[in-house]
Design a protein around this ligand. Structure first.
Ligand code: PMP
Length: 360
C-alpha cells in the first residue's frame, strides 16, 4: 500500500499491516455475528471467548505458566503507577524503584502521593539518563522492586534484569513489551500500555503472578484492584473491547512470524542497522551509552538544532515520519517496535547516508 508512510512514532505506533487488513475485512461483520466487535456486548459468549483466548495467547507466546494471570485494564500504564503501590504495599516494607528517567519518575511520583513507604535505590539522573544504573542493592524489606524495562524517551533498555531474589520484580514494559525473550521467573508483575508493541491505546496488558493477588486490600478503588479484575477475568466493568480484539490479532501476528525468538532476531537486526549508521561517523551523536542501548527507541542528536529541524522536515518529504525526539533529550528518535519492518529501517538508514553527504 504505497500511500502509507514509514511510521517511527513512539506510541501510538505503527501496527502490522496484515493486522490492519484483518480489521478492515472484519469491521462490519465480525465472525458472522452481523455486527462489528465494537458493537457487541462485552457479556456475550463471543466476546468472553475472545478475552479468554487473548489472555491465554499473551501467556503462551512468552511462556508464562498458569501461575500467572493476564489482565486487560484501562487508564494506560499511568494507572498502573498508582495501582502497584495500592495493591502491593505491605506493612513495614518498602516499594523500591530504580529511576531511569521520565517514566520511572512518574511511577515514583504516584507512590509518593499515595504516602506509601518507598525508596529510590538508584538513579541515572547524573548523566541525563544515558545509562541503566547497576550499583544498588534490593532490600530484604522490599515489598516489591520496580523498574522501567525500556525508557522510551532516552532510548535506554535493561540488557539484563537484576536478581531480585524473593522480592517480586515489577516492570513497566510499555515500550519493549514482547520485543525479546527474557527470564520470567522473577517477575511478580509486568505491565504495558498496548499502543507501542501490542495494539491500540486505551488498553493495558498486565501479567500478574497469582499468589500476589492476595495482597490487594479491600479498601482501594475497585477500578485499580487486581484481585477484583482477576476474579472477573478483566470483565468487572466494560473493557476496551476493540483493544482486546486488536491485542488478539497482534498476538496471532507474533505467532505467524515464528514467535518471540524470531521477533527478537529481527528486532536486533533492525537496531544494528541503525546503530551501525549512527556509529559510522561523528555527524550523528547517539544519546544512550552503548552498553545500555534500546533496540526499540533509538535516540540521537545532530550538530545543531537547525540541522535537526532540517533532518525532520526532509525525512517527512521522504515518507519517514515520527522522528522528532522528546523535548527532554531533543534531537531525533526512531521508534522501531515489532511492527516496523527491516525495509522501513533500511529506508531511514539510506536517507541518513544521503543527508549526511549533503549536510555533513
Ligand atoms: N511507561 C512508558 C515506558 C511509556 O513509554 C509510557 C508512554 N509513552 C508510559 C509509561 C505511559 O503510558 P500511558 O500513556 O499508556 O499511560
Amino acid at each position: 500500500m504505497s500511500d502509507r508512510v514509514i511510521n517511527f512514532n513512539p506510541g501510538p505506533a505503527t501496527l502490522p499491516l496484515s493486522v490492519l487488513e484483518t480489521v478492515k475485512n472484519e469491521l462490519l461483520n465480525y465472525h458472522d455475528e452481523g455486527m462489528s466487535i465494537m458493537e457487541m456486548s462485552h457479556r456475550s459468549k463471543t466476546f468472553d471467548n475472545l478475552v479468554i483466548e487473548t489472555g491465554a495467547l499473551v501467556r503462551e507466546i512468552m511462556g508464562f505458566s498458569d501461575n500467572y494471570q493476564t489482565l486487560f485494564l484501562q487508564g494506560g500504564a499511568t494507572a498502573q503507577f498508582a495501582a502497584i503501590p495500592l495493591n502491593f504495599s505491605m506493612e513495614g516494607k518498602y516499594g523500591e524503584y530504580v529511576d531511569t528517567g521520565s517514566w520511572s519518575k512518574k511511577a515514583i511520583a504516584e507512590v509518593e502521593k499515595l504516602d506509601k513507604p518507598f525508596r529510590v535505590v538508584a538513579t541515572s539522573k547524573d548523566d541525563n539518563y544515558k545509562y541503566i544504573p547497576t550499583d544498588f542493592r534490593i532490600g530484604e524489606d522490599a515489598a516489591y522492586f520496580h523498574i522501567t524495562s525500556n525508557n522510551t524517551i532516552f532510548g535506554t533498555q535493561w540488557q539484563q534484569y537484576p536478581n531480585s531474589g524473593d522480592v517480586p520484580m515489577v516492570a513497566d514494559m510499555s515500550s519493549d513489551f514482547y520485543c525479546r525473550q527474557f527470564d520470567l521467573h522473577q517477575f511478580g508483575l509486568i505491565y504495558a500500555g498496548a499502543q507501542k508493541n501490542a495494539g491500540p491505546s486505551g488498553i493495558t496488558i498486565v501479567l500478574i503472578r497469582k499468589d500476589l493477588l492476595q495482597r490487594s486490600p479491600e479498601n482501594i478503588p475497585t477500578i485499580l484492584n487486581y484481585q477484583i479484575f482477576a476474579g472477573k477475568n478483566s470483565l468487572y466493568n466494560t473493557p476496551n473491547t476493540f483493544g482486546v480484539y486488536l491485542v488478539n490479532l497482534v498476538m496471532h501476528w507474533i505467532k505467524s512470524q515464528g514467535g518471540i525468538k524470531v521477533i527478537e532476531e529481527t528486532n536486533r537486526r533492525k537496531a544494528k542497522l541503525l546503530y551501525d549508521q549512527l556509529d559510522s561517523s561523528d555527524f550523528y551523536k547517539p544519546h544512550a551509552r552503548k552498553e545500555d542501548r534500546s533496540i526499540m527507541n533509538i535516540t540521537w542528536r545532530l550538530p545543531s538544532e537547525d540541522v535537526e529541524k532540517k533532518f525532520i522536515s526532509e525525512a517527512i518529504e521522504n515518507g519517514l515520519v515520527g522522528l522528532k525526539g522528546h523535548r527532554s533529550v531533543g534531537g531525533l528518535r526512531a521508534s522501531i517496535y515489532n511492527a516496523m519492518t527491516i525495509e522501513g529501517v533500511q529506508a531511514l538508514v539510506d536517507f541518513m547516508k544521503e543527508f549526511e553527504k549533503k549536510n555533513g
